[in-house]
Design a protein around this ligand. Sequence first.
Ligand code: SF4
Ligand code: SF4
Length: 236
Amino acid sequence: MPETWQFEIAGLSIPLHEPRPILDQLRNTYADFQRRSDNFKSDNKNPHLCHAGCSHCCKSGAAFAVTLAEAVEWSLAIAALPAAQHKQATDQATTLLDQQHRAFPQIEGPPDTPGQREEPLFSARVTKLNATSPACPLLFNDLCSVYENRPMLCRAYGFPVDAYAVESAGAIVFRSLCVLYEGMQLVDYVRAKDLKAKLAALSHRLAGGRDIGRFTSAEAILATIKKPPNGKATNA
Ligand code: SF4
Ligand code: SF4
């Protein structure tokens, strides 16, 4: 019988279908992005500023959204953190969630309903929350405490990536999301639209063929996973 885990997030209890093979595919997707971004970096004409200890992007404006598959992978890593880091992460995520509950209603529209979010409205609400310049609860001593398991947006942040390009007046502007790249001339970009689509497809399968939308980083950091009795409970 296929293994099912239960994922508790944002007031929802979601049965996860075939979590192990799907998480393996998620890790392969991350590895694909790593290969493509390494290729980009290896070409000297492409500027690249990211390095260990550069945490500007994690210190301010670091509230964002993740798919279900990314949230589950993140949650497993967070559950394995040393106690002090785990406490810091969950305390700060609780504060960030309070900020979220104040910020989201400032964007007019139907009440925010995790599991049934309409993407444009949800994105606008996350942008509103991000305007309060929150730090990511997972930053510890200027380093990401879950670096190997960080979501796709964190991986993409220091690159111009087609999946996160801005489209205006029919033109696509490729730019790195990070402000430290402002003013730099970019002649190439990382191709990752297919990888972003794969995250959505994996999340759809993980939820048993349902589309339950995305979650905020605060919700994902506070999520818990319950495994069957013969499995090991995590993050609970
Ligand atoms: S994305 Fe920007 S702030 Fe973040 S590590 Fe890279 S250069 Fe530093
Ligand atoms: S998960 Fe890690 S890389 Fe991503 S914003 Fe948080 S601290 Fe930064």
